[in-house]
Design a protein around this ligand. Structure first.
Ligand SMILES: [Zn+2]
Length: 856
């Protein structure tokens, strides 16, 4: 028996000769339709009538490897072709895939296959967000090194993904914990430092006393407990590294307007950033006329009126009263709780050089997330009242002209300007002098990136007693993690214990210095990974600009809603920064965003809060009760979790129902952005199983008709039969148009499957003579197979292996007419559908149509 591939190769040649005017019909005499046969057509050359459990297994076994080989191949970037970059958020290598992973990767895989079928250059890469606390905790609890734990998890999960038939661009795999990746995370950190966007300051941080690390605000729940350890979070002052995300607040807020629909995420981003109406300005602090070396940064919503400053206010919880500031005692002495207190400290505005006293306000809560602000009576009645109460001098800096316009006065070079011009001029000047001036909100804080943990990217800085913080020279990167074996999880940065590693020479003066022992927040690693996928092996830079310009922006980014703010904000920040560094031409990294919902399982909970297993619940009565105690059980749907006994193991489900069934189920059960309530018994699973059987039956009927010995002769059809064919043809066109829109616009793949189900039902009802003689019927069966292929690649590959051949023979019939409203589904190669080029099929629609189908 010739292999399927060789036979298919033959048919491609055959088709080409036919397109050049070859013979019209070839005999179908050799085809055998057995009543019952072991094996499938691709393997045995004989068609099995029933889509039984065994057939399904045979089909998946046969096609799994072949599909993977075919679709994982990435053609070298041919820049003349349009590209499509589909990206699903990369996983943390926990060692176990869960159904949430299966959902997100099924969606990205389906879209990737669809776009490949349209002839696009597609990347659908996969990698590992591999730094983070669980690896270190495993090291502490199980005495495993974080690296070996992570690597073995990656190996295991790669296999799991493979068994699910997911076709990722594995040649682009990246792992953030490997030095060839984190070298470039460090490189970008130094670029940020050089641009004045990475800095150190003492900050009140959320301290997790169990994990012994700093937590971001978002990692603390509403009860003030750690998201991971559950411990009550403490507040502590520590010198920390920050990335100055506020510098891009305005640009990122404004750029949201240019992004296409982000399915509700845009509003969350806008809210997170806040109204960008003011800026921070820097001050140096003096006591009794003496410069102290201490600095203070304070916010104002009216920087144009800065020459009218009466004071600088700080909150009673400001770090100057609690941290390690040399002015702590001075401030504390001046503090009278519950009162607005004038202090002997004066703040010198680094832009205007004007001095104003520092006041500790009675109230602890300032606007937004502020703990310091500039008092300007001209623009704030509240500030005016405070200045009057404390007897602080100030000048009025805004005058209103008879026509109502406001103009600056007593404001040095800004005098005479209108407020808007003065705002722009002043903030610009401050930025130029690097004393603040970035337009931001009173809400957004800079990004605290220091973590006192081992398993993260080392911050590439050296602290020198003479030079202060000095970046590691770029040619010395990466700063690799020292090999530490004893993890206790207690007492701050584990890196501090590696004295050989910590002690080093200062890159600037060569004197004795120490390395920074904090590592970076893992959100830094994931803030630029989408760039690395465009050029994953680059040893000379984070990525090549031309490659990034070709592949970026990501056309479709798929991931969980929980990343709507932090990850997406940080990733956008890095992209804006790389753009300003001339590393990439696009400013925004993600064109379209698809935030997929959760997969929830049914939970059974006792009034005490204890979760029960399904077997422990008696569901026979009117209300569910505990089988033993007869206590009433609350039934709800919650995110799948081991502790709630409502999880489903992907491997087990795939083993039972097959890959295509699970894919179809996940896509059919709900639109991507909605939650799926996983109930295999009462839900969509039987429906998608039956649909596959119907598809199989449909193709079987078609094959049987063609193998009957009667040659197809369209001219024998009656007028009614021709009308029936015509109706199928119109139905097909409308389905193609709708399904294509679902794939490209709203991603309602559940609606796409509904359309295809309805279409297959219509085809199953066709009369026997139409099945045999109508080219419209034949065309419709093929279109159905092709459209279902991205969602159920295995069964459709097998159906295509046979029907595709018939189809091409049928194409010789001359009466197919092209109608302008007909939109054929996908342009280009359907490489895994038996190695044929779908473009060849489309030739039958008329070559001129192809040019109209160019993807925009
Ligand atoms: Zn030095």
């Amino acid at each position: 028996m010739a292999s399927a591939w060789r036979r298919l190769g033959f048919y491609v040649c055959f088709l080409k000769s036919k397109l050049n005017g070859g013979p019209d019909i070839i005999s179908r005499g050799r085809r055998v339709i057995p009543g019952c046969a072991r094996g499938i057509y691709s393997a045995t050359g004989t068609w099995t009538k029933e889509y039984t459990l065994q057939t399904r297994k045979d089909v998946e076994n046969w096609w799994h490897k072949r599909i993977k080989e075919e679709t994982s191949k990435i053609s070298e970037a041919d820049k003349s072709k349009p590209k499509f970059y589909v990206l699903s958020m990369f996983p943390y290598p926990s060692g176990k895939l869960h159904m949430g992973h299966v959902r997100v990767y099924t969606i990205s895989d389906t879209i990737a296959r669809f776009q490949k079928m349209r002839g696009m250059q597609v990347i659908n890469p996969m990698g590992w967000d591999a730094f983070g606390l669980p690896a270190e905790n495993a090291a502490i609890e199980r005495n495993l090194h974080p690296e070996s734990w992570t690597q073995s998890n990656i190996k295991h999960m790669r296999k799991q993904l493979d068994r699910l038939g997911l076709c990722f661009s594995w040649d682009r795999e990246i792992t953030t914990c490997l030095p060839d990746y984190y070298k470039w995370t460090q490189y970008l950190f130094i670029k940020l430092y050089e641009a004045g966007l990475a800095y150190q300051k003492e900050a009140l941080v959320n301290w997790d006393p169990v994990d012994q690390t700093v937590l971001a605000n978002e990692q603390v729940d509403e009860h003030g407990c750690s998201w991971r350890s559950g411990a009550k979070v403490e507040q502590k002052y520590l010198r920390q590294w920050f990335i100055k995300t506020t510098a891009y607040a305005k640009a990122m807020q404004d750029a949201l307007a240019d992004l296409p629909e982000w399915y509700g995420i845009k509003g969350m981003q806008a809210h997170w950033i806040g109204d960008c109406v003011g800026c921070h300005l820097d001050f140096t602090l003096k006591v009794d006329g003496h410069v102290t070396g201490e600095k203070l940064t304070a916010y104002t919503a009216t920087p144009e009126a800065i020459y009218g400053t009466s004071h600088v206010a700080i909150s009673p919880s400001h770090r100057l009263l609690h941290g390690h500031s040399s002015l702590k005692e001075t401030f504390r002495k001046a503090l009278v709780p519950g009162q607005d207190c004038l202090t002997p400290v004066t703040a010198v505005n680094m832009l205007t050089q004007r001095e104003a006293p520092v006041v500790i306000l009675a109230k602890a809560d300032f606007e937004g997330s502020l703990d310091s602000k500039i008092g300007i009576p001209s623009t704030s009645p509240e500030d005016a009242s405070l200045a009057q109460t404390l007897g602080l001098p100030y000048s009025e800096v805004i005058e209103t002209l008879p026509d109502g316009t406001e103009r600056l006065r007593n404001s040095a070079e800004f005098t005479g300007m209108n407020r808007q011009d003065a705002f722009l001029a002043l903030t610009q000047k401050a930025r130029r002098k690097r004393v603040g001036g970035d337009v931001t909100s009173d809400k957004l804080k800079d990004w605290l990136v220091s973590r006192q943990r081992y398993w993260g990217t080392p911050i590439p800085m050296v602290h020198c007693p003479a030079c202060g913080p000095v970046p590691v020279p770029l040619q010395d990167l990466p700063v690799t993690l020292p090999h530490i074996t004893a993890f206790t999880g207690k007492g701050g940065s584990p890196l501090a214990t590696a004295s050989d590693w910590v002690n080093c020479a200062c890159p600037r003066c060569r004197g004795a210095a120490k390395r920074e022992t904090d590592t970076m927040d893992t959100f830094v690693d994931s803030a630029w990974y989408y760039f690395r996928y465009t050029d994953p092996q680059n040893a000379h830079s984070p990525f090549n600009a031309a490659l990034a310009d070709y592949w970026m922006p990501v056309d479709l980014y798929i991931g969980g809603k929980e990343h709507a703010v932090m990850h997406l904000f940080y990733a956008r920040f890095f992209s804006h920064f790389c753009h300003d560094q001339n590393m990439v031409k696009h400013r925004e990294p993600f064109h379209k965003l698809l935030a997929q919902g959760l997969i929830k399982g049914q939970t059974f909970r006792l009034p005490s809060g204890q979760y029960l297993q399904r077997e422990e619940v008696d569901l026979t009565g009117s209300v569910p009760v505990h089988a033993n105690t007869k206590e009433t059980v609350e039934v709800t749907w919650e995110k799948m979790s081991k502790s709630k006994h409502n999880g489903v193991d992907p491997q087990e489900v795939v083993g039972r129902y097959g890959i295509d069934t699970i894919r179809l189920y996940i896509l059919f059960a709900a639109p991507p952005e909605k939650d799926i309530l996983w109930d295999v018994k009462a839900d969509a699973l039987p429906g998608v199983l039956r649909w596959q059987q119907r598809l199989w039956a449909l193709v079987t009927r078609f094959i049987e008709a063609r193998a009957s010995g009667t040659l197809p002769r369209p001219q024998v059809l009656s007028n009614e039969e021709r009308a029936e064919g015509r109706k199928l043809w119109e139905h097909k066109n409308s389905v193609i148009s709708e399904v294509t829109a679902h794939f490209t616009e709203d991603f309602s793949l559940n609606s796409a499957i509904s359309q295809l189900m309805g279409f297959s039902n219509a085809l199953l009802q066709a009369s026997q003579r139409v099945v045999l003689h109508s080219p419209e019927f034949e065309d419709a069966v093929c279109a159905l197979t092709v459209m279902a292929a991205p969602m159920a690649p295995h069964i459709t590959s097998e159906l295509w292996a046979d029907v595709g051949i018939l189809y091409r023979h049928g194409r010789a019939y001359p009466f197919f007419s092209y109608q302008p409203h007909c939109v054929p589904p996908y342009e280009g190669s359907v490489s895994h559908l038996g190695g044929f080029s779908f473009a060849i099929i489309l030739c039958c629609f008329g070559v001129s149509l192809l040019s109209k189908l160019r993807v925009t």
